[in-house]
Design a protein around this ligand. Structure first.
Ligand SMILES: *Cc1c(COP(=O)(O)O)cnc(C)c1O
Length: 450
């Protein structure tokens, strides 16, 4: 029988509900805490910062299914459902008995999965009567997604972009500006948090943690303005489950069920999105699928971090979040996978990791680019440097299958394409890229600085 390459759903198959895994977890993630009182945060405590409905979703641990608003589903149609593709050419190149599938989130107009949460976040802020929203962006993926979403729902957006990316990835800035957002390099002189860091460290290249501090500060000082975050938080993971819910139907069309599901890991949103709907069947005792989070060896919060309460940002403006963390003052090396340069992991995935329900692997930069180039040369898509971590982990699984001489069904999320990251590929092809080693001392120091 001829091998089928792509599995496509129709618009009518776009899920009508997101999946809230916390409702079905035996050990619930611990609550976020108010840093001053150490009291657990209720939805109302989050209202000053986030849209009402997003705040409710953040703390909802009872409803397994949350209705997707019709207005959001309508916008999802711009690019959803996304294809599930069998990586037949990569399988051939690896000469593996494994079947490798990937969910192609790179087809969104912004080039990544980030739009899945940007659209509902902009929508709920509009419903709340906001006129402005703020956010931060690392590599620029979240900023571009939110820029389009804000324009779509008629909101003004200010984006604090990590300075190193602002300089390395000028086209992401152009995209945000094309969609009408205001982009500011972070650290900037426009906030107290930014001014303090610039004064203390004049050459600081910025980090997600600092940019978050700046975006929160601006939101708190501006009327009718709230803050949004593109990863880490529970409501972001919730929105991203649309990836796995579609993939589940598509794997059914393929007549297979994954033995292992893989996602790259920054704060956890795309990993949550592809895995939670499948993990549900493990929780219900029906399946024993493995779930692998692929993180950069230079920012190894899952494999070498500690589980504890920590701030989500550098300055300490956010609530305390229960997470695997390297410490909120930890500054990761300037790897090209900017979206993975974050010190902590979302609280749901952190709890799942602690309970042994998901696994993690750390991968070095050179191995990820080697995987990315092989994927580009076989499947044709140039993957985002972030996504190459998932590909490298999938290749490892496929090689293991070959060694064992056993079929293994592998599913990974292609979180984005790399067409705006070509300078990274240039450097790799020129032999100018290196691995960044993190010593135990650096990790201890990051955790002590808390
Ligand atoms: C932001 C981003 C990531 C990392 O963020 P998660 O929240 O961990 O998914 C991964 N891949 C791409 C393409 C991204 O834009």
């Amino acid at each position: 029988m001829e091998k089928r390459k792509k599995f496509m759903l129709s618009e009518a198959d776009i899920p009508t509900k997101w999946y809230n895994i916390t409702a079905e977890m035996k050990n619930k993630p611990q609550p976020m805490l108010n840093p001053e009182t150490k009291e657990p945060l209720k939805a109302e405590d989050l209202f000053p910062l986030f849209a009402t409905e997003l705040s409710r979703q953040e703390v909802n641990q009872t409803d397994p299914w949350i209705e997707i608003p019709e207005a959001v589903r309508e916008k999802y149609k711009i690019y959803r459902p996304t294809p599930l593709v069998r990586a037949t050419e990569l399988e051939k190149a690896l000469d593996t008995p494994a079947h490798i599938y990937f969910k192609n989130e790179s087809v969104s107009p912004v080039g990544s999965h980030k739009l899945n949460s940007a659209l509902p976040q902009a929508y709920y802020n509009k419903v709340d009567g906001m006129t402005n929203i703020t956010t931060e962006t690392g590599a620029g993926q979240w900023g571009t997604a939110l820029a389009f979403a804000a324009k779509t729902f008629g909101l003004e957006l200010a984006v604090y972009m990590v300075k190193i990316s602002y300089e390395q990835k000028p086209y992401r800035r152009s995209l945000m500006q094309t969609w009408g957002a205001q982009v500011i390099a972070s650290p900037s002189m426009s906030t107290k948090a930014g001014r303090k860091i610039i004064t203390d460290h004049p050459n600081y290249q910025g980090s997600l943690g600092t940019a978050i501090s700046e975006a929160i500060e601006l939101a708190m000082q501006t009327p009718n303005c709230k803050y949004t975050l593109g990863s880490v938080l529970n409501h972001v993971s919730l929105h991203q489950t649309i990836i796995g819910l579609e993939a589940e139907k598509q794997m059914e069309m393929a007549g297979e069920y994954p033995d292992v599901v893989i996602g790259c890991f920054g704060g956890g949103s795309n990993f949550s999105g592809i895995t939670f709907p499948f993990l549900r069947h493990n929780l219900q005792g029906e399946r024993q699928t493995r779930f692998v989070a692929a993180e950069p060896a230079s920012c190894p919060k899952l494999t070498r971090g500690k589980f504890r309460y920590d701030f989500g940002d550098e300055t300490g403006y956010t609530p305390l979040i229960p997470m695997y963390t390297l410490g909120h003052k930890f500054t990761p090396a300037n790897i090209h996978a900017g979206g993975l340069r974050y010190h902590g992991a979302g609280s749901i995935v952190s709890q799942l990791l602690m309970d042994g329900l998901v696994e993690a692997t750390a991968i070095r930069q050179l191995e990820t680019f080697e995987a990315g180039v092989l994927f580009a040369q076989t499947e044709g898509i140039v993957p985002a440097p972030e996504s190459t971590h998932a590909i490298a982990a999938a290749i490892k699984e496929a090689k293991l299958a070959k060694e064992e001489g056993k079929k293994r069904v592998i599913l990974f999320n292609l979180s984005g394409h790399g067409l705006i990251d070509m300078s990274a590929y240039d450097q790799y092809l020129a032999g100018d890229l290196t691995n960044h080693e993190v010593t135990d001392e650096e990790i201890c120091k990051g955790l002590e600085d808390n």
